[in-house]
Design a protein around this ligand. Structure first.
Ligand code: SIN
Length: 294
């Protein structure tokens, strides 16, 4: 299968996420019944056959975030793996490898003022077309810590009351990168852009592949619900953030050197733990472009 997971690819894959048939070319070991699976029997330094590509797509659709261990891939192989899922997204602010804008740097050490992704968020949701997925390859790990938490926004949506679902139905929210990105990477010597992305997105989005509904507001980028008074917006968003942080909806990934996590930003939020100072954690992220949420 050569298609991407964007937009109108949806119905084509929906049956894959639902049929529960055994995998033929991979092993899939679920971390929890709700979210996350470790994928085995695959070497991402080698070209994937069509069937194996299909099954990686399916594993992502079924588990929302998938993990690969002991992978030894070059930057070009990392980029090529990302391109199997669509065009690549270039981050509007973050540093990248020299001459490789598609290879975002994820790095924290004893001199860092902060680490990437320390609060719950969906990557760059302030973009009018936010990334479909992110593929993080961590090459250097601290001796302990540096886990990443992932939360299913399908599960968060499904656990809302019927009254809350009805209230949020058709509602939109403003997502803004300005307060997040301005000055954020000054420690890398990166000059600010004149402006950062801002977009209005549905609060509940429909996943184009699985057809499932997911909660799509996050602490990182969402500023306000549209069409309601500010105090009401603040109160509802505060409730939704607390609700989505319920550990029932989460899995937690313990990194080892040369692990990869591939998460679907359309139905997952994540949060990185910076609990390993003064140690170093380092790698690259390749981000796959997405569509306008609906
Ligand atoms: C991010 O992409 O938000 C960083 C995630 C991580 O470092 O675990």
């Amino acid at each position: 299968m050569q298609g991407s997971l964007r937009g109108n690819a949806g119905p084509r894959y929906r049956h894959l996420a639902e049929d529960g048939a055994p995998y033929e070319t991979l092993s899939v070991d679920k971390l929890t019944p709700i979210i996350g699976a470790e994928i085995g029997g695959i070497d991402l330094s080698k070209p994937l056959g069509n069937r194996q590509q299909d099954e990686v797509h399916r594993a992502l659709a079924e588990n929302s975030v998938i993990f690969f261990r002991d992978q030894h891939i070059t930057p070009d192989q990392h980029v090529a793996f990302g391109r199997l899922f669509g065009e690549l997204h270039v981050h509007p602010a973050a540093p990248h490898e020299s001459g490789r804008p598609e290879l975002m740097i994820i790095h924290a050490d004893k001199d860092s003022p902060r680490a990437n992704g320390e609060g719950w968020h969906s990557d760059v949701s302030c973009d009018p077309e936010p990334p479909m997925g992110s593929i993080l390859y961590i090459k250097r790990c601290p001796p302990r810590g540096g886990d990443t938490l992932f939360a299913s926004m399908y599960a968060a949506y499904e656990a809302l009351s019927d009254r809350m679902k009805a209230y949020l139905d058709g509602m939109t929210a403003i997502h803004d990168g300005e307060q997040v990105y301005r000055g954020l990477y000054a420690n890398y010597g990166i000059a600010d852009k004149p402006k950062y992305p801002r977009a209005e997105h549905p609060v509940i989005r429909t996943h184009p592949v699985t057809g499932r509904k997911a909660l799509y507001v996050n602490r990182g980028f969402t500023r306000a619900l549209v069409g309601v008074p500010r105090d009401e917006s603040d109160g509802i968003l505060r409730y939704l953030y607390e609700h989505m942080e319920n550990p029932l909806f989460q899995c937690r990934f313990r990194w080892r050197q040369n692990s990869i996590a591939f998460w679907d930003n359309r139905c997952v939020q994540h949060r990185a733990m910076w609990d390993y100072w003064p140690h170093t954690r380092s790698g690259n992220r390749v981000t796959v472009a997405g569509d306008r949420p609906y």
